[in-house]
Design a protein around this ligand. Structure first.
Ligand SMILES: [Fe+2]
Length: 242
């Protein structure tokens, strides 16, 4: 069984913009349902490192534009899309993902964009600081894909094979670890995803993630990306998903 995702709403840069009293007397009438839910305003999370911290794999200008412009736009557009949807605005982002087929393209694209990028930043670390796969995760990867090298090859194949913009993922499903890819800002939490599960690793293969340094050489970007994977974060996600 999949456990709830390890990414807390707070970690996604979500802020409740109204507060509730917890001191109401028992004799008081119950508050209307609408007053018991607080609308969420999403905010751009800080990067957990400097823009130039991933140099060698990803240049500082790409990181600055990617975080400060692209991710910021997803946050702003998500808030705008939810402004006229107060009921949806009170639900955690993960809940919206699970019923995304019923929601607007704006919520799908920008909610996915905010979720995916918030995860992506945490799944990278300066080279040499991201640790190594835990014994448990490494053993599962070996058992599932044959070896770590075979896993990386299959992951890179999914990432290079994603036509146009999208993402590649390692996810924990009810049937174990699987590699998948998604178009645009879709992700494995969405009810529309071909492979659903809890993300363990994710890589952004939109051109905005690599074009300044690598131009059209997505495969070169992916090969360098492994140098800045934050395995410590992946290990935590794996432990939570088990
Ligand atoms: Fe991106």
């Amino acid at each position: 069984m999949l456990r709830p995702l390890a990414i807390a709403t707070a970690a996604l840069g979500a802020v409740a913009c109204t507060s509730m009293s917890t001191t109401a007397l028992a004799s008081e009438p119950a508050a209307p349902a609408a007053a018991q839910t607080a609308a969420i305003t999403y905010t751009l999370p800080d990067l957990p490192y400097a823009y130039d911290a991933l140099e060698g794999a990803i240049d500082a200008k790409t990181m600055e534009i990617h975080h400060g412009k692209h991710h910021a736009a997803y946050v702003n557009n998500l808030n705008a899309a939810l402004a006229s949807e107060p009921a949806l605005a009170a639900e955690p982002l993960e809940t919206l993902m699970a019923k995304i087929s019923t929601l607007s393209p704006a919520i799908r694209n920008n909610g996915g964009g905010h979720y995916n990028h918030s995860l992506f930043w945490k799944l990278m670390a300066p080279a040499g600081q991201g640790g190594t796969p835990s014994a448990e995760l490494a053993a599962d990867i070996d058992a599932t894909f044959g070896s770590m090298d075979a896993f990386k090859e299959a992951f890179n194949k999914a990432a290079t094979g994603q036509f146009g913009s999208g993402w590649a993922w390692l996810v924990m499903t009810d049937d174990g670890l699987k590699i998948t890819s998604t178009p645009n800002q879709d992700n494995p939490l969405m009810d529309v995803a071909a492979v659903k599960g809890a993300p363990i690793l994710a890589v952004d293969v939109w051109e905005h993630a690599y074009y300044l340094q690598y131009q059209n050489r997505r495969a070169d970007y992916l090969n360098s990306w492994w140098d800045v994977v934050n395995w410590n974060e992946a290990n935590s996600l794996y432990a939570a998903a088990k």
